[in-house]
Design a protein. Structure first.
Ligand code: GLU
Length: 394
């Protein structure tokens, strides 16, 4: 007997988290697994942020927090938006949440009605489609190709819009492709949206600082888009604070208010200590975290170089985030080490079973020809993982 709701029964498990859990379980069983599945910096949270958290504990920050976040943090977020993104927000437009994932879920819950359509330029992060589905909205993929550097064109956007389109989710730098939309490209997409005033834009900028040279551009900076764009960000990726769970939005005030109302019924305000630590993170100069970005760039170049030595991977050059997203369709239809490879999931499982390397299948990201490899891992592990993959494929 299945007593669970239709809602949960039809919800797919997060592919990123599932693969990470599987890798953890195999390790526990004694297997020598290298996990390149999760998008999680392998650095420690910087000392100055940890110090701020310790101080908060000592100063007895232990009570419930305001649902939308401490006012000092919201002010720090406003300054950050101004400093890094040239965006003007006031604290009443900011909502702090338990991770950017909750920020996105809040926005979807407050804007989407059953039957609304949400445009997802593919590839897209695995939880976008699930979050839209939870709101009984329909997600509509806009495909892209590795040849187009995994970016969509204004023509594709125009074609995907219907009278039911309510939102579009942009994500640059992109998880999983690492692609970054330039200002010019975003302005061209905005031109299309200008003709459709009822479409809202969620701009997920969580990888903003993991950027190897293309100038980051915030969608809300386009004046005609500001009033219907929700800018999402957080501290997880840039500050190696994934487990601290702090995300935030800058949004039109009426949307921020609605998100606060939603959050007030579900989780209340985010963790008190993590919020105090986040103030320290955001107030510090961005140069404080550049050592991590530099290291990610070295690893990207290493991974690309080593993977190019293996026949069959089609690669683009990711400009940000910490993933490579090779097209592996060359291997489809082949049998490798006794495993028939018919799709990216088969390929990803082959790497797990025969090379002991955990990756994530592209299906979950709306790109069924690809797999995602996270290079947020030590150089030693990356070298070893690719050596093992090469052995299995040759
Ligand atoms: N966002 C990260 C990833 O894509 C963390 C896991 C998740 O929440 O999906 O790997």
């Amino acid at each position: 007997m299945n007593f669970l709701s239709d809602r949960i029964n039809s919800l797919p498990t997060s592919a990123t988290l599932a693969m990470a859990a599987m890798a953890r379980e195999l390790k526990k069983q004694g297997k020598d697994i290298i996990s390149l599945s999760l998008g999680e910096p392998d650095f420690n949270t910087p000392e100055f942020i940890k110090d701020a958290a310790i101080k908060a504990v000592q100063e007895n920050y232990n009570s419930y927090t305001p649902v939308d976040g401490y006012v000092e943090l919201k002010e720090a977020v406003c300054l950050k938006f101004k400093r890094d993104n040239e965006l003007e927000y006031t604290p009443s437009q900011i909502v702090v949440s338990t991770g950017a994932k909750q920020s996105i879920a809040n926005i979807a819950q407050v804007l989407l009605n059953p039957g609304d359509e949400v445009l997802l330029p593919a590839p897209y992060w695995v939880s976008y489609s699930a979050i839209a589905t939870l709101c009984e909205a329909k997600f509509v993929e806009i495909p892209s190709t590795i040849e187009a550097n995994f970016k969509i064109t204004p023509e594709q956007l125009e074609k995907a819009i219907t009278p039911k389109t309510k939102m579009i989710f942009f994500n640059s730098p992109n998880n999983p492709s690492g692609s970054i939309y330039t200002e010019k490209e975003y302005i061209a997409l905005a031109k299309v949206l200008e003709n459709h005033p009822n479409i809202f834009i969620l701009s997920d900028e969580i990888y903003e600082h993991i950027n190897y040279g293309t100038k980051h551009f915030s969608f809300a900076k386009i004046p005609s888009m500001y009033d219907r764009t929700i800018t999402v960000n957080g501290v997880a990726k840039a500050f190696a604070m994934t487990g601290w769970r702090i995300g935030y939005i800058g949004a039109p005030e009426w949307i921020a208010k609605a998100c606060t109302k939603m959050q007030g019924q579900i989780t209340s305000g985010a963790n008190c200590i993590a919020q105090r630590a986040t103030i320290a993170a955001l107030e510090a100069p961005v140069s404080n975290i550049q050592y991590m970005v530099k290291e990610f760039l070295n690893r990207r170049d290493l991974v690309l170089k080593l993977m190019k030595e293996i026949d069959g991977f089609k690669l683009n050059i990711p400009e940000g985030a910490f993933y490579v997203f090779p097209d592996v369709s060359f291997f489809f239809g082949k049998t490798i080490k006794g495993h028939p490879i018919n799709n990216a999931s088969d390929f990803s499982m082959l790497l797990l079973q025969e090379a002991n390397v955990a990756t994530v299948t592209g299906d979950a990201f709306g790109a069924p020809n690809c797999i995602r490899i996270s290079y947020a891992a030590s150089e030693e592990n990356l070298r070893e993982a690719i050596k093992k993959i090469k052995r299995v494929l040759s």
